[in-house]
Design a protein around this ligand. Sequence first.
Ligand code: ADP
Ligand code: ASP
Ligand code: MG
Length: 422
Amino acid sequence: MSIYVHKYGGTSMGSVERIRNVARRVAKWHAAGHQVVVVPSAMAGETNRLLGLAREIAGSGADRRELDMIASSGEQISSGLLALALQAEGVQARSYAGWQVAVHTDKAYTKARITGIDSERIMADLNAGRVVVVTGFQGVDDDGNITTLGRGGSDTSAVAVATAIKADECLIYTDVDGVYTTDPRVVPEARRLNVLSFEEMLEMASLGSKVLQIRSVEFAGKYHIPVRVLSSLTDPEISLPEEMKSGTLITFEEDEKMESAVVSGIAFSRDEAKITLVAVPDKPGIAYSILGPVADANIDIDMIVQNQSIEGTTDFSFTVQSNEFQRALDVLNREVLPKVGAREVIGNEKVCKVSIVGIGMRSHVGVASKMFRTLSDEGINIQMISTSEIKTSVVIEDKYMELAVRALHKAFDLGDTPATAE
Ligand code: ADP
Ligand code: ASP
Ligand code: MG
């Protein structure tokens, strides 16, 4: 007998029929003698609908505590429905909201971090032979306020629960049958990877591949929880051994099973906005005086570029996530501009980030230059570049995103019939 956590995303929970299928699948695992905790997302489109209602009333500046109160309800409904569907399958099941478990988080509404999960209630139910359903996306802070974990946060709920109950594997069921070389909806030739190293998955997720929320991968890495991404849309009755080896396994071993491609995947994100402070006096401490207040407002900063100074002033650019763009501009205009004496702050939301990722990049030279040449051949201008050991990212105009991803996918032979040997 093993312990498994199953996570089902919005599409997988998208209708009563789909929820019934999830229940059938879970019942199959339970009948095979395994202990199962299920972490569902809200039904497809529900979180957007709920946040849309909030926006109608309070605009983009809505009180974030209340946003979490509202958005968290989607998962509560889907969890209760799944528990009922499991009971209809003859399986004893109980659902819990995050605060009932409890899933403890910090107080950063709309993007809270899990600080710990109590496992007693879950374990007691599992040991009583029940399937336990725990809401994804939700937590509770030390004062009892409901929090949410950021968009796509149910992945993180699932891996965190898996950590707390020492599960043997965390299965992330979704609407694609694994992790691909790039989003198969953008590049139909994209190829599914049987295994992907944890480090590559971490980069892919942090660079925009929304198949897994970045924090879920961080959790998996920190506690060495095996994570598998697989399809929820197959026949729920397929044999357990077949299902258990399907999809993509995120592995911590760089062994001979690993595919040896130099570039393993291409990630992209439209969710970027670029901010430039023009003509900033170039003197020590300038980066801190610009970025300090932005960081203090809990806004994540991604790429940073400071130009060569000309006659004592320089242009300073950085990127933030689109949904924090307005807040970042407000902080800069209010707190930074009057102090540092830049000429102006310019915002550009029409940008995107495209990245190539691969552990093989460590030992191969010329990978980044091949990326730049490919983009140049397509006439795409690169606005910012950032590199690390296993990735190169560029910021480009957003209208070229799909063109860039397709061209790079081809240039690095990532398609269904790769020219390079594996
Ligand atoms: P869920 O609702 O199950 O959490 P998401 O929409 O969050 O599902 O994530 C699954 C989606 O991620 C897929 O439908 C696919 O379009 C997208 N995706 C982006 N990059 C990749 C990739 N490299 N491999 C697989 N899917 C990807
Ligand atoms: N329902 C939440 C969202 O749409 C969390 C999730 O699906 O993972 O972002
Ligand atoms: Mg998701």
